[in-house]
Design a protein around this ligand. Structure first.
Ligand SMILES: *Cc1c(COP(=O)(O)O)cnc(C)c1O
Ligand SMILES: [Zn+2]
Length: 467
């Protein structure tokens, strides 16, 4: 067996259980207690880089696939597979961009607002970071089919990895009518088997778990702990973009809570092995129409509680949600999730990073999205939740006006053109249909198209009116 198997292993998130499994096993939960699994490393026996700047030497080897990848140039921090078995398609070529304009919008004083633009990934969302890691694991254990339930971006990513590598067949489960066209078009174009379930994401998630365990299909949802290893690298790239300085805050939209969980793990590990001197704070932002984490963490005060979270209270919350038939509903379809599979890991991340959770309305999300677009980097609705959340936290005084804040833009602007066009439209019917039905009252920052007759003088007049 490879030498990495003994220094990397799967481990139950609950230390009181402490069960471990080999990295050559395929599981999405702990056999003995049902908890989520982490990929753990025996750092003492690994060659840990002396400092983060050590990674800069990889920049001169960009012609090689691993140093080129924004995930695998940090291989030493996710060493669960030997270099020769890594699957990479060049993911993680992302951008950390300071945006004074968005900084002003959220109420900052000194323009220390950064946007981490994950829309630059090959399939247009951060999901590629995780897919590269999950694919690496899937191929090393000989899987031939991979499946996921998806609000769209996981399926686009899986379908892309399958089509580029030609090494597996993709099967994707989507809730009917719940997927933005940009994302659905990718899955179809890349040739994935696409199964539309009459139901929402939470239904599709439950079914894909059943189907994959029955048919032995490799599951790439974020319950897969290998995926989160790849998503840790978003944190490394943020630090890289800040010349290895730790920001004060990192804000991320929360759906299934894989990203926030991965961020917490990345930061805990960096701190543990002495590569960062302090922890940033974490802000996880829910949509108001899909606010399970907000309700549990902020309203009910549910905490990780040093690895003893009140699982009964959490279960009771979901029981009541089902009894009342509460369903997630938001324009931010990527976070339209009521039953986040990584909830306990996210609670751990919030504890480690002294984190907070907020919820923002679809109105706040779309206004923030228009400001992000006008500020230089377009994003999809879910991504803008991070910016809307920071605006709220600055107004509350939780985030200081002079603090250094990084907002994760999780997905590309072109993922959901319907939401963007409906916001900027002059067509009242379209606005009502897509947005007013969700409680969005006005498009505060709309940039309306100007209708002119096909006449040169009229066209020139219209342009001269533009200031
Ligand atoms: C998947 C996704 C999210 C939610 O991330 P989680 O890890 O599920 O919390 C947010 N934004 C976009 C664009 C996504 O694709
Ligand atoms: Zn366990």
């Amino acid at each position: 067996m490879s030498t990495t198997t003994d220094i990397a292993f799967q481990k139950c998130v609950f230390p009181a259980c402490g069960a471990t499994y080999g990295v050559d096993e395929v599981r999405v939960r702990c056999d003995s207690c049902g908890g989520l699994l982490d990929i753990s490393y025996d750092w003492d026996r690994l060659q840990v880089p002396p400092n983060l700047a050590w990674f800069e030497q990889k920049w001169t080897r960009r012609h090689e696939p691993l140093p080129f990848s924004g995930v695998w140039r940090f291989h030493e921090l996710l060493p669960f597979a030997p270099p020769e078995s890594v699957v990479t398609i060049g993911e993680g070529q992302t951008l950390l961009k300071s945006s004074p304009q968005v900084g002003r919008y959220v109420g900052q004083r000194k323009g220390e607002l950064y946007l981490q633009y994950e829309g630059m990934n090959p399939s247009g969302s951060f999901k590629d970071n995780g897919m590269s890691a999950a694919f690496t694991h899937a191929r090393s254990i000989g899987a031939t089919k991979a499946a996921c339930a998806s609000t769209g971006n996981t399926s686009a990513s899986l379908a892309l990895y399958c089509s580029v590598t030609q090494s597996m067949k993709a099967i994707i489960f989507v809730g009917s009518g719940k997927i933005a066209y940009g994302k659905l078009s990718q899955a179809l174009d890349y040739g994935a088997l696409t199964v539309q379930i009459a139901g929402d994401f939470d239904d599709a998630m439950q079914r894909v778990r059943e189907v994959s365990s029955r048919l032995g299909i490799y599951l790439v949802n974020s319950v897969n702990p290998f995926r989160l290893e790849g998503q840790k690298t978003i944190i490394y790239r943020i630090l890289e973009g800040l010349q290895w300085q730790v920001p004060d805050w990192i804000a991320v939209p929360g759906g299934n809570l894989g990203n926030s969980s991965a961020f917490g793990k990345a930061l805990m590990e960096l701190h543990e092995i002495g590569l960062i001197p302090r922890m940033p704070r974490l802000a996880v932002i829910n949509a108001q129409g899909a606010d399970t984490l907000y309700q549990l963490h902020e309203v009910q005060g549910v905490r990780w509680n040093q690895a003893e979270p009140p699982l009964d209270d959490i279960e009771a919350f979901f029981h009541e949600m089902d009894a009342q038939q509460r369903r997630a509903s938001t324009i931010a379809s990527a976070i339209e999730i009521n039953r986040p599979v990584n909830l306990t890991k996210c609670l751990r991340a919030l504890e480690a990073c002294d984190g907070v959770v907020r919820q923002v309305s679809d109105q706040e999300i779309l206004d923030a999205k228009a400001q992000v677009g006008a500020g230089g980097l377009g994003c999809e609705p879910a991504s803008a939740a991070s910016v809307a959340g920071v605006k709220k936290l600055i107004a509350e005084g939780v985030i200081g006006r002079d603090e250094r804040v990084v907002c994760i833009l999780t997905g590309h602007q072109l993922k959901d053109p319907t939401a963007t066009v409906a916001y900027h439209t002059t067509d009242q019917e379209l606005f009502n249909d897509v947005l007013a039905s969700r409680g969005v009252r006005r498009a505060t920052y709309a940039n309306r198209a100007v209708a002119v007759p096909n006449d040169l003088d009229e066209i020139i007049k219209a342009i001269q009116l533009y200031r």
